[in-house]
Design a protein around this ligand. Structure first.
Ligand code: GAP
Length: 524
């Protein structure tokens, strides 16, 4: 059967699209607000049946590419709770905070840097509008680069952006909270809620969640939920190096929960209080960190494009303001519905963490290099990505509204097949004549190979739509002919092409497309 030709539906504004993705994620069992029956908990979400599968598949792809594909990278699963001195040593007790400001009239609390960034985004949008207008006016003769650097209005906007950004970087680096407030006042930034410009001072607010360990509440019993997984790797550096007889350069990879008391809940699963990180610390010889930093930047970017995320939706963004531990840092940004935002950080963390733990614990955390016959504290290159942000990247890239020939439409989640929650759905054409039994039997043969689902309710068309909305790459229909010819109809999600194939070939056809190995086919 030939596939229907499709006309891509022109989407409405990006905010509308984002809202649609959030409600789609809820309606189809990907992401629910946490404890929703009690009206939810701000910036905390639960993953439903399909979200959990998607998340597990992303983890599998990351773990395979980091640990299984690299003989010199091994895994770790460290505890969330760590000795409190860990966080003193890492600098989180003293310096892991956000600058917060309150509006006195609306009583709303904001991150001062977010208010300024939003202001800059608005000016940027004005530039984009000017550029789009000019592009329309000049047609094929339009040179965007020249226009951006010569048009007076655009240059004026750009100057404003550069000035505000420059002042913000300076204020953050000097921990100058009065300076931060002044930027907001000078720019005339109003409270998005009330329009009022009546602001409090800016105060630093530590992002770590703390609680008490044991039954006595004294200062020394304060314990933190880890704000990053990395420190579990640093404190286990020697354990793994010695027991695994690891030789530098080598890496330790970990997937696990992290917690940050993000006061300003924004953007769905993009900024959460409880989230998951997938981090890898690569221990290298001092002086070689830049070589490895460049290599990991390249490898991490390829991890996304190998998956089919388009290169034009990914970019590097160099940190203007380096964290206390870094000598170089760049983010991989993805174009989410709300614009380009950080998805992963690549940091050259020097020997800061190992040295700090050495100082605070009194234990030597050095590596003995047999070849050079010397001991040294390794430098660390870190790749750190947010699993929840990756789920959002996949969901938002996959979400597609299509108008079909004949006036009908569908929402299809074009999730890369190896990441799709369900790989194949099995339908009997009708609920009788032995077809359900045959469909279940075929599925039974395959369900150990990949995640399958059986459905017999509603028309085949409706069943296809439901699987499209989840992102299931293949639907397999058993009909009366199957009983005679041992063949079934297989329908592919994106093209909607249908073909008749022998039951015996199903495993190979589906398996080849959905196997995580397909993402590594061109790799050594
Ligand atoms: N160990 C380094 C580190 O934690 P980070 O840039 O603070 O660096 C790394 O975080 C990644 O963790 C980010 O790129 C982002 O994907 C994710 N992440 C950070 N804070 C998050 C939050 N509140 N909610 C969801 N993901 C977050």
């Amino acid at each position: 059967m030939s596939c229907l030709s499709m006309i891509k539906h022109k989407m409405a504004g990006t905010e509308d699209v984002f809202k649609k993705i959030i409600s789609h994620a809820k309606e189809y069992g990907f992401v629910f607000p946490s404890s929703e029956i009690y009206d939810g908990l701000s910036a905390v979400y639960d993953y439903g049946q399909n979200g959990t599968e998607l998340k597990n598949n992303i983890k599998d792809y990351w773990w395979t590419s980091m640990v299984r594909m690299n003989e010199n990278i091994v895994g770790l699963d460290a505890a969330i709770l760590m000795h409190p001195t860990t966080w003193k040593a890492s600098g989180h007790v003293d310096a892991f905070s956000d600058p917060l400001i309150d509006n006195k009239d609306s009583k709303k609390r904001y991150r001062a840097d977010n208010l300024i960034e939003d202001y800059v985004d608005k000016i940027r949008a004005k530039i984009d509008k000017e550029v789009a207008k000019a592009a329309k006016r000049f047609g094929d003769d339009f040179n965007e680069g020249t226009y951006r650097t010569t048009n007076e209005r655009v240059m004026g906007y750009q100057e404003k952006i550069d000035t505000v950004n420059g002042k913000m970087v300076e204020a953050i680096s000097k921990n100058d909270m009065e300076g931060m407030r002044q930027i907001i006042v000078d720019a005339g930034i109003a409270c998005p809620e009330s329009g009022s410009k009546n602001w409090t001072d800016v105060r630093q607010f530590n992002l770590m969640f703390s609680t008490e360990i044991g039954s006595v509440s004294t200062e020394s019993s304060t314990i933190y939920l880890r704000p990053e997984t990395a420190q579990g790797i640093f404190v286990n550096f020697l354990n793994i190096q010695k027991t695994g007889r690891m030789k530098i350069p080598f890496g330790i990879a970990q997937i696990g929960k992290a917690f940050r008391n993000e006061i300003v809940a924004r953007q769905f699963i993009f900024r959460l209080k409880e989230f998951e990180q997938m981090e890898m610390q690569y221990f290298v010889k001092p002086g070689e960190q830049m070589k490895w930093y460049d290599e990991w930047k390249e490898r991490r970017l390829a991890w996304y494009t190998d998956l089919g995320l388009p290169a034009e939706k990914l970019r590097f963004h160099a940190h203007e303001n380096l964290a206390h531990y870094a000598d170089a840092a760049e983010d991989i940004e993805f174009e989410f519905p709300m614009g380009f935002r950080e998805l992963e950080g690549i940091h050259s963390r020097t020997d800061f963490d190992l040295k700090a733990h050495e100082d605070n614990s009194g234990k030597k955390l050095q590596y003995f290099d047999n070849e050079a016959n010397e001991s040294y504290t390794p430098y660390v290159v870190e790749t750190s990505m947010g699993l929840d942000r990756m789920v959002l990247a996949v969901l938002s890239h996959a979400f597609t509204e299509e108008e079909l020939e004949g006036g009908s439409s569908r929402v299809v989640m074009k999730i890369p097949a190896p990441l799709a929650p369900i790989k194949a759905a099995f339908f009997p054409l009708v609920k009788k004549d032995g077809l359900p039994e045959v469909a279940k039997e075929i599925m039974g043969e395959l369900k150990l190979d990949f995640n399958c689902l059986y459905e017999e309710k509603d028309t085949i068309g409706k069943r296809y739509r439901r699987q499209d909305a989840i992102g299931t790459p293949f639907c397999v229909t058993v009909d009366h002919d199957t009983l005679e010819d041992n063949a079934v109809t297989i329908r592919e999600r994106d093209s909607m092409d249908q073909k008749r194939v022998p039951i015996a070939d199903l495993g190979a056809i589906i398996g080849e497309a959905v196997d995580i190995k397909s993402l590594f086919n061109n790799k050594s």
